[in-house]
Design a protein around this ligand. Structure first.
Ligand SMILES: Nc1nc2c(ncn2[C@@H]2O[C@H](COP(=O)(O)OP(=O)(O)OP(=O)(O)O)[C@@H](O)[C@H]2O)c(=O)[nH]1
Ligand SMILES: [Mg+2]
Length: 415
């Protein structure tokens, strides 16, 4: 496999990346802020336990880390070179590998220090924001919008806040979390935080490296999990997101209170219409077939008029086949529509899927289309209702108007 990277790279004259390398490349290309760029670089460095990542710039020079937007990343095996393999570094041996590892380590420490700096600034800003919201009822809660990449998070946040956020039909369109202010039906303001999309089997190194981004999720008062309801692998996507949330230690209580949004329902409707048309055509074809079969049976009836019992059995058998066939085609059609569900009755499907899905009856599920606007009002109302109880508790707190020492993490930051 390692050999084939080199081989393919030479044969095609293009960089060949594995999954992790590719993700890092995409993150790097989409990173806009200093923080995101630092994190992308750190992610690359953290993937070097058994490999080395090297960047070839326009001038042909190779550098470690700090790859620019148009630089090329080359992921190669350290072991391959150490054993005299045809790597990128000529005359490579264990000493050179060690030297490079040392350089990587130094760079990593520098990056970590810079990221800690950025985090400190962010935490101080957050602390200042909270201090400014000291009057009861004036707190601005944060709602983190999380979900699988390409589920429609940015489109949804844009639509709800009436502002522009970059969205695209590609992986990791968002790399820098963004906050947007939204007014809820009760009149209260919230900050919606559009976050980085997750993927299945998110490499551990990436989770660590993107921890600063995921802070938004941990700090949020409420989570909104956006799913692409038209995705054929909705279950898997859902599980992948839950896994990452658990991995970054989001409290179970917050996960229990999380709102689930099944977005892109307009696509289901479109597909459902296509499916209905197909079904109608199939039914027409079946009717024609049945007519033809009946004609045949009529002929049989005439021929076998003395054996009516057998004939009846034969006819019933044919009809049950027809029923089964039409039921099968319906099921197939439903699967084509959304992998598992029809847009109509989520509750029934949720029941079918046991505890895997939160049903509508739990009050935590909303179907939306960020494009057509369906379900958005309902979503805002749900956010409103989910935030109300905790705010009410704070309002009756005896200490709300008194001075309190800063929270531990804030004091750490101040030091
Ligand atoms: N038909 C339809 N398309 C949608 C809907 N919501 C989002 N999209 C499209 O889905 C694609 C991805 O949308 P984004 O908002 O960028 O998705 P995201 O979850 O923010 O993606 P990442 O930032 O990569 O994690 C875009 O092409 C959107 O136009 C929807 O409700 N219906
Ligand atoms: Mg996005």
């Amino acid at each position: 496999m390692r050999l084939s990277y080199t081989f393919l790279q030479r044969a095609w004259g293009k960089p060949v990346l594995d999954r992790v390398g590719l993700i890092i490349q995409i993150f790097n290309a989409h990173a806009q802020t200093k923080e995101a760029k630092l994190q992308a670089e750190l992610a690359a460095l953290m993937c070097k336990r058994s490999r080395l990542v090297r960047v070839r710039g326009h001038d042909g020079r190779n550098t470690f880390g700090g790859f620019g937007g148009s630089g090329e990343i080359e992921v190669v095996s350290a072991r391959g070179r150490a054993s005299g393999g045809r790597g990128f570094i000529s005359g490579a041996g264990e000493t050179e590998i060690q030297l490079q590892r040392q350089r990587i380590l130094e760079r990593k420490q520098k990056l970590l220090a810079e990221i800690a700096d950025v985090r400190r600034t962010r935490a101080m800003q957050r602390a200042a924001r909270k201090r400014n919201e000291k009057l009861p009822g004036q707190e601005i809660p944060t709602v983190a919008v999380v979900g699988y990449t390409n589920a429609g998070k940015s489109t949804l946040v844009s639509r709800l806040s009436n502002t522009y956020l970059y969205s695209d039909d590609r992986l990791f369109a968002t790399v820098d979390p963004k906050l947007r202010s939204v007014k809820l039906p009760s009149g209260r303001k919230v900050l919606l935080s559009d976050t980085v999309g997750f993927i299945s089997d998110l490499p551990v190194q990436l989770v660590e490296a993107f921890h600063a981004t995921l802070e938004e999720v941990i700090e949020a008062d409420l989570l909104v999990h956006v799913l692409d309801s038209s995705a054929p692998n909705l279950d898997e996507n859902r599980e992948s997101v839950m896994e990452v949330l658990r991995r970054i230690s989001v409290p179970e209580e917050k996960l229990q209170n999380m709102i689930e949004v099944w977005n892109k329902v307009d696509l289901l409707e479109e597909k459902s219409e296509i499916c209905d048309l197909e079904e109608e055509e199939e039914e027409e074809e079946e009717e024609e077939d049945i007519d033809a079969t009946c004609d045949q049976h009529d002929d049989n009836q005439v021929i076998n008029c003395n054996d009516s019992g057998d004939l009846e059995e034969e006819i019933n058998h044919d009809h049950s086949d027809d029923e089964q066939e039409s039921r099968l085609s319906f099921d197939e059609c439903s699967n084509t529509v959304n992998g598992h569900f029809t847009g109509e009755d989520v509750t029934a499907i949720a029941a079918d899927n046991g505890s895997k899905f939160q049903s509508k009856s739990s009050g935590l599920l909303v179907e939306t289309s960020a494009v057509t606007g369906v379900g958005l009002q309902q979503l805002l109302e749900l956010i409103d209702s989910k935030l109300k109880p905790c705010r009410a508790v704070e309002r009756i707190s005896f200490f709300h108007s008194k001075w309190r020492p800063p929270r531990r993490e804030d004091s750490d930051i101040a030091v």
